[in-house]
Design a protein around this ligand. Structure first.
Ligand code: SAM
Ligand code: SF4
Ligand code: SF4
Length: 413
């Protein structure tokens, strides 16, 4: 009990320091912003001797669980805060202007630093790593990082489920390199088949045919289990739902419909632009009879549905669709994901305003070994009580953007 009391008082001390430092957050002065963005990206770790002692003494024998008894199984790593698209729901042009200041190269985690953190996370039970961004394929020599990560093993000695989310603009060029480096799976973001709608949604006049060719190339080099993410926005791409499903039905590519979320501070989210997944499902069922499929694993974000054959059974050859419904059907109770930002902070929730700075720990004057990094991650995870979407859905906290919230392009989806 005395040990527990000591740990609690140290945690309070740590939380106090974090808040104090966070008050120094600077409001970015930008040339033509329509919505101000608060730059919460720089927050140095306050690593006191007391905290160091607590972390070093942490008992990692049993399972590492957060405050809501959720394990850590999935790590999402953002490798760049830059993107060549300007999707209005993520990096709207009005905020991410030509003059926007991105992180300097020196602030980005190196591949070695990322691998050290990923290795530490696998010690805590992480089985899946997703590379994301910004647009991850913009990061130079990404295949070197993929090769490093694919050499890691889970606690039971198995290869990681190593995957990547991309807008596919560079996929045609990079698919073979990624496959050779050991990437296991791919998710492509695509919001419309109609070229005009797609160009408008990426807001960079990027043609849909290039994305489709990227997917074809990925299939040709041997990627299986490719997923396509479609963010559905009322008034923008609802008429693309059925054509997208028809296009990917029976191709082995699983289409997933994502409810438009109030992430970040800048996308101007409104509830009336969210089309609930139940409505999307109803639109699909009006075309094809469908059946709910069981979850493949605990903590799975998507609810899956299959197409029925003439006898009324699931026809696996027609593939499946998924629904990620974080607005209307929050899945926080099973959320086992942490996110590592481009500049090396660990975020316990997509909607968090603060992250724990791991980079400063790695680059600090006192050297730390992989064991200490694992303990530091565990210490962070054990304090986690985030459940933003569940609280929003229950009406406990208001829906909408929050000024100090981290942008999705810094921590990825
Ligand atoms: N640039 C890559 C891409 O688009 O695939 C990776 C990063 S992107 C932030 C990851 C995923 O987040 C994408 O599938 C994107 O559609 C999704 N996303 C971004 N903003 C969103 C929002 N406001 N609501 C729902 N999904 C969003
Ligand atoms: Fe770029 Fe992906 Fe965000 Fe679109 S969703 S702006 S492609 S990071
Ligand atoms: Fe996980 Fe946060 Fe999303 Fe809930 S809101 S599912 S805790 S990332």
């Amino acid at each position: 009990n005395q040990e527990k009391r000591k740990a609690t008082s140290a945690l309070r001390f740590f939380a106090f320091n974090c808040c104090t430092v966070n008050k120094l957050t600077t409001i970015r002065a930008m040339s033509k912003p329509t919505i101000p963005v608060i730059d919460v990206r720089q927050r140095p770790t306050v690593m006191t001797p007391e905290l160091r002692a607590i972390i070093a003494g942490l008992d990692l024998e049993g399972p590492v669980l957060d405050q809501l008894s959720r394990p850590l199984r999935d790590l999402r790593i953002s490798v760049t805060d830059r993107c060549n698209f300007r999707c209005s729901y993520c990096m709207p042009k009005s905020v991410f202007t030509r003059d926007y200041t991105y992180l300097p190269q020196s602030d980005l985690l190196s591949f070695e630093e990322i691998t050290t953190i990923a290795e530490a996370a696998t010690r805590l039970g992480v089985k899946k790593i997703r590379i994301t961004g910004g647009e991850p394929l913009l990061r130079k020599n990404l295949e070197i990082l993929i090769a490093q990560l694919s050499a890691l093993r889970t606690t039971d000695g198995k290869p990681l489920d190593l995957t990547l989310t991309t807008n596919a603009s560079l996929l045609k060029r990079k698919a073979q390199l990624l496959k050779d480096a050991g990437l296991s799976r791919l998710t492509v973001s695509l919001d419309a088949l109609d070229d005009g709608i797609f160009r408008k949604m990426n807001d960079m006049d990027f043609p849909v045919v290039d994305v489709l060719e990227g997917i074809d190339t990925a299939l040709a080099v041997g990627f299986k289990d490719i997923k396509v993410n479609m963010v559905v926005k009322r008034g923008t791409n609802v008429d693309q739902i059925v054509p997208m499903a028809r296009h990917f039905r029976g191709t082995g590519v699983a289409l997933r419909f994502i409810e438009y979320m109030d992430v970040g501070a800048s996308n101007g989210w409104r509830m009336d632009e969210v089309l609930p997944s139940a409505d999307v499902l109803a639109m699909l069922q009006a075309q094809w009879p469908m059946v709910s499929l069981p979850a493949k694993s605990k903590g799975e974000t998507a609810k899956r549905y299959g197409y029925l054959d003439a006898s009324g059974a699931d026809d696996a050859s027609l593939g499946e669709v998924g629904f990620i419904s974080s607005v209307t059907e929050a899945f926080c109770h099973e959320c086992n994901r942490a996110r590592l930002s481009t500049d090396g902070r660990l975020f316990a929730c997509l909607f968090a305003t603060q992250g724990t700075d791991i980079k400063h720990l790695l680059r600090g004057e006192e050297p730390v070994n992989a064991d200490f990094v694992a303990r530091y991650l565990a210490h962070t995870w054990m304090q986690r009580s985030d459940q933003y979407s569940a609280l929003r859905q229950a009406g406990v906290i208001p829906a909408g953007n929050a000024s100090a919230r981290i942008e999705m392009s810094y921590i990825g989806g």
